[in-house]
Design a protein around this ligand. Structure first.
Ligand code: 16G
Ligand code: ZN
Length: 537
């Protein structure tokens, strides 16, 4: 380690005194002006991680669906997955070190994690379209260079594209070619192959409107269009030419407000979807002939994809373990539908992609989605091999065709992380193949009315949960109170958890009617306020 250079550059990316930030559920996130030192230091940390793993590590500069003034950063581990929890702690520690502690902390990490500084390091960097992102990503490269790491800056990419690059590089091309062209080619080839047998009419008229949240998704979809040729007719709205990033639009806005984004004209029953600001989430929606808005969130997407995969597995005669992973936010109707109608095992994981991803890895095929629209499908190596083998060698025509479709689905899905572009193509392919309209898809089950609220408390850490966040163990008496309230409503369920991204406690309730869901959520909020040190109203 060249101590002098480190000290010199570290001063150029000085930490505002007293500022303390935490590597949260999705990395660091705060106002862009407070992030320069974090970026530099995450460049340093990425080099250590890369040297330890002897693998390419990714650094993505984005704050996803947050307002444009915010920014953030997260590290991507070798197979394209989220950073390991132990290193999240190192990240927080490094981020909050005062200038003179920086070197000792770097040394401590090296020692604890047995990092051999003689190893090479290679980092790939990407960024979203925020005005602050370019400069911040240059601070990352400064950090990488100071510790002698090599890097490739992919510039403007979606978050899932960078995850894909990391995986491609560390599998030496096994997962795909580590370029944006490689990504487009892989996905569009799989999409065109998969939809070959679709009978529905897609003759050039617009069949899908996409709200791009004025973010990176618009740029990347424009680049991708020529690869898909006539395979899919889309119209891009909120493409960043007029509006502000995530402002009154995007997947998070639509999910939270349960209404269409601005800047998108919807005709009755027209299929629409929204990406979030870094294109790792997607939700679908439409308005019916009476003007009523219908949201098809991550739960509906998981159900559609699971149905499709289950049918193909049955046709192919493959006996592979299959499960759907949800969080406590999954609508109760979706869980019952999956369990009782589709007879698939459903598991509940804690909020945050890494928890769902981890659980999904336990199965041959694991479909995971958060209700907010982040999700994907994981195929074990063994399952993938079996399917690819069958697609080639199977003598029975019907079985072979089903295996081929499964194979194309594997190639179409971004297995590293939830990916709005890839998920959209999977959904569009399934709708085309099954000849389903969006109201027909929506009719698979009816969501239970639900309500989410936030409560401000003095210290949200007083709330501790268990059972995948479905039950509160502290403060004393809170869970008993929630149970008592829930009992008063039909088909009711409620839980509370401290947010991992905001200084609030989140409350979720569902019940037989909207009025009851609202009432239950309100009463649970009052209980939180009383028992967990609520502040203000
Ligand atoms: C982050 C998570 C998302 C989760 C959300 C919960 C990743 C990449 N993103 O955005 O999965 O749903 O946080 O936020 O893990 P909350 O803790 O504030 O409710
Ligand atoms: Zn996102």
């Amino acid at each position: 380690m060249d101590v002098e250079t480190l000290a010199k550059y570290s001063k150029l990316h000085a930490k505002p005194p007293g500022l303390s930030l935490q590597y949260g559920t999705a990395g660091f996130r705060t106002k862009a002006e407070n992030l320069d030192h974090i970026m530099f230091r995450m460049g340093l940390l990425a080099v250590l991680r890369s040297k330890q793993k002897k693998a390419t590590i990714g650094v993505m500069v984005t704050a996803s669906h947050n307002p444009e003034e915010d920014n953030g950063v997260k590290l991507i581990d070798p197979l394209g997955e989220m950073l390991a929890p132990a290193w999240e702690e190192h990240a927080t520690c490094l981020a909050n070190a005062e200038e003179k502690e920086l070197l000792p902390i770097l040394n401590a990490i090296c020692q604890k994690e047995a990092v051999d500084l003689q190893n090479d390091a290679f980092i790939v960097i990407g960024r979203d379209t925020r005005p602050s992102s370019k400069k911040l990503s240059q601070s990352v490269t400064d950090g990488v260079s100071v510790l002698g790491g090599q890097y490739q800056d992919y510039g403007l990419v979606t978050t899932p594209q960078l995850h894909y690059m990391v995986c491609c590089r560390n599998t030496h091309g096994g997962y795909g070619t580590a370029t944006v062209e490689g990504y487009y080619q892989k996905l569009s080839k799989a999409f065109v192959e998969l939809t070959k047998q679709a009978t529905s009419q897609r003759d050039g008229h617009i069949c899908l409107k996409i709200d791009c949240a004025n973010g990176i998704g618009a740029l990347k979809l424009k680049e991708m269009e020529r690869y898909l040729l006539a395979g899919l007719a889309v119209r891009l709205e909120n493409d960043g030419t007029k509006g502000k990033l995530n402002h009154n639009c995007g997947a998070d806005f639509v999910k939270v407000h349960q209404k269409p984004p601005v800047g998108l004209e919807m005709k009755p029953n027209e299929r629409c979807c929204s990406f979030d600001g870094d294109a790792d989430r997607i939700v679908y929606y439409y308005t019916d002939a009476t003007g009523q808005f219908h949201l098809l969130d991550g739960d509906k997407i998981a159900t559609l994809i699971s149905t499709f995969l289950k049918e193909l597995l049955d046709k192919a005669g493959q006996t592979l373990t299959f499960a759907v992973i949800q969080t406590a936010y999954a609508n109760g109707s979706s869980t019952s539908y999956l369990k009782e109608t589709m007879k698939v095992p459903v598991h509940c994981a804690k909020t945050g992609v890494k928890h769902l991803h981890h659980k999904a890895q336990e199965f041959d095929i694991g479909v995971y989605f958060e209700a907010n629209g982040h999700g994907t499908v994981l195929f074990s190596k063994a399952a993938e091999d079996k399917i690819r083998h069958q697609a080639k060698e199977e003598k029975d025509n019907l079985k072979r065709e089903a295996a081929k479709m499964l194979e194309n689905t594997i190639d179409l899905i971004n297995q590293t992380v939830g990916d709005a572009i890839s998920d959209m193509l999977v959904i569009e392919a399934i709708l085309a193949l099954k000849n389903l309209t969006i109201p027909q898809w929506d009719a698979m089950y009816t969501d239970l009315p639900n309500r989410q609220l936030k409560v401000k408390v003095a210290d949200r850490r007083v709330i501790n949960t268990t059972d995948a966040e479905r039950r509160a163990v502290t403060p004393p008496g809170l869970q008993e109170k929630i149970d008592e309230l829930t009992k008063q409503f039909r088909l009711a369920r409620a839980f509370v958890r401290p947010s991992g991204t905001e200084d609030v406690v989140r409350v979720y309730a569902e019940a037989d009617t909207q009025k009851n869901a609202d009432k239950l959520a309100h009463q649970v909020s009052l209980a939180v306020h009383q028992l967990a040190g609520g502040v203000g109203e």
